[in-house]
Design a protein. Structure first.
Length: 560
């Protein structure tokens, strides 16, 4: 990346200063360390772009490491999904994938080292009792009654914990730090807990598992990480990581914290995402309403748009909330450059052109993408019977309505002027079922020889050639909460009841019968769409990625 195009932020400034001063011999080694207990979301994408981006910018390395210290919530499925997400976003880790479980033996040895130094002890208090002894943050805690066990007793008990002699939750190994510290993380934190659980990589070898706080810093150290980049919630944990590393006498990475991504109109908590999935509020982790990377991918988002979004919002130390519309604008801008323009009618109304010969068809030339001259053109069939959007005709239009009306004239996109002559209604329901129209064959170029003007241009699909499809219109997962909503309001009360609207019987131009997964399209005048993975022979399903304009704020204001 050229120097003038390289992004800048406070973390990169720290890295550059370290390189100039010769710290770490000029090396830059970062890592992305997810826990394999769920699918990644857009917030993780920010971290991926930051860690891999810094390594790329400064000729460094970036590891992919799984902090797999909780066997009860971790699965190989999540591991493989995370690797796929990183690759899809356009990044590749250096060397082999790494796991915290790779160093379980070393962590055990480190723990024994601290016990021998009198800096760790086996505690018999249960979780509730530990909480009581630690006390509130503004008062000193009380020492565990087991804090002053001898080194020999602690070594014996810790080995017996490892050998499976004690039941789950009966004992922990705790660091002996400072029960009076104002930082609760330093009040003798747990290092190991007993869990007789099968691990997705180590099987049943272990029945004690290291805590995240005990594992994280040592993992960074053993991997030779130079810049350990974390979100702000780990700032209060940094003194603990420092204490472990300093007392073990091992390589000390520099931890740097940044503000995590918060987005409006969605949830960014793994716990809440899991609640949505298990509660059936969404169809799964890859539901296109979810902020997960797999969900955004299925919805039609591009890795380029997500990377551009992460670059646009930048990296800061201050917590803030980013409007979801910023992400949507990035995908609009990218799709505007790459998406093929096609015609689709979601709510079809039949049009019969009475002065066009029955059985006759012609091919109209359409530009694939006016933003990309190299995209070329294609032929779209036109005939006597068409479908137009039901909303493109009104029998009694309001002022300012410039689409088709009785006796009125509009332009058909890339075709002719069309004039409505007669409205056909269902005799029972009174519903409009067909329009009888005429066309002006002299207006093939979009203009009338006599100079008359029309204000409206509408899209259409040849009825004889149309392909049927199901179209899913996705919108924001959450509504904007009421201004005076109570703090304890259940967040699920803000779920958007119209986050998914399914339209069956949409009519699409015939070229879309050959659509492939991850092809992107602009349905003219309707938005950007992509083929859904549930498509099967004889059943086309398309997802709306994003509308053409950001109408959310206007709609929310109207409904408030």
């Amino acid at each position: 990346m050229s120097q003038e195009n390289k992004p800048t932020d406070f973390i990169r400034q720290i890295v550059e200063q370290d390189i100039r001063s010769g710290k770490n011999q000029g090396r830059v080694v970062t890592r992305f360390p997810p826990e394999p207990n769920g699918y990644l979301h857009i917030g993780h994408a920010k971290s991926i772009c930051l860690n891999f981006g810094i390594a790329a910018d400064y000729g460094g390395m970036c590891n992919l490491r799984f902090d797999d210290t909780n066997p009860e919530t971790e699965e190989t499925e999540f591991v493989e999904a995370i690797k796929d997400d990183v690759r899809w976003l356009g990044f590749q880790w250096d060397g082999d994938v790494k796991y915290a479980s790779d160093i379980f033996d070393r962590l055990y040895e480190f723990a024994v080292q601290l016990i021998r130094a009198g800096k760790a002890y086996v505690c018999d208090l249960n979780a509730e009792e530990v909480g009581k002894y630690r006390g509130p943050w503004n008062e000193p805690g009380r020492d565990s009654p087991y804090r002053n066990r001898s080194v020999e007793e602690n070594l014996d008990l810790f080995e017996r914990m490892k050998n499976g002699e004690f039941p789950d939750g009966s004992r922990t190994l705790r660091a002996k730090i400072d029960m009076a510290s104002s930082n609760m993380n330093l009040r003798d934190p747990a290092m190991y807990r007993i869990r007789h659980a099968h691990h997705h990589r180590t099987g049943n070898k272990w029945c004690i598992y290291p805590t995240y706080d005990w594992t994280h810093g040592q993992n960074d150290s053993l991997e030779g990480i130079t810049h350990s980049i974390c979100t702000l919630e780990f700032e209060q944990h940094r003194p603990l990581y420092d204490w472990f590393i300093e007392n073990l006498g091992i390589h000390h990475p520099q931890q740097i914290e940044f503000a995590r991504l918060n987005l409006t109109n969605t949830v960014m908590s793994k716990r809440r995402l899991l609640e949505l999935v298990k509660g059936g509020y969404v169809a799964g982790w890859d539901d296109p309403r979810m902020p997960t990377i797999v969900g955004l991918r299925r919805r039609g988002y591009t890795p380029e748009a997500i990377r551009n979004f992460c670059a646009r919002i930048g990296v800061t130390k201050a917590n803030s909330v980013t409007d979801f519309g910023v992400l949507e604008q990035e995908i609009r801008e990218h799709l505007n450059r790459i998406a093929t323009r096609v015609m689709a009618v979601l709510e079809p109304l039949k049009v019969v052109i009475e002065n066009y010969l029955e059985g006759q068809f012609e091919q109209r030339e359409f530009v694939n993408n006016p933003e990309d001259p190299a995209s070329g053109t294609r032929q779209v069939p036109f005939g006597r019977e068409l479908y137009i959007e039901r909303s493109d005709f009104m029998e009694n239009p309001p002022k300012g309505y410039f689409r088709l009306v009785p006796g009125g004239e509009v332009r058909l996109r890339y075709a002719y002027f069309l004039k409505c002559r007669e409205v056909i209604k269902d005799p029972q329901s009174g519903e409009i079922i067909e329009l009888r129209c005429t066309y002006d064959p002299e207006t093939s170029g979009g203009k009338a020889p006599d100079g008359r003007k029309v204000k409206g241009t509408i899209h259409w699909v040849s009825a004889a050639h149309a392909v049927d499809a199901e179209v899913r219109l996705y919108d924001h997962l959450l509504l904007d909460p009421p201004e005076k909503a109570p703090e304890d309001r259940d967040w699920k009360a803000d779920l958007n009841p119209n986050s998914l609207v399914v339209i069956r019987g949409a009519k699409l131009e015939p070229s879309l019968a050959a659509a492939k997964l991850e092809d992107r399209y602009q349905f003219e005048r309707l938005g950007y769409f992509c083929l859904d993975q549930s498509t099967a022979p004889g059943r086309l399903v398309f997802n709306r990625t994003v509308t053409l304009k950001d109408s959310w704020a206007k709609e929310q204001k109207k409904n408030s």
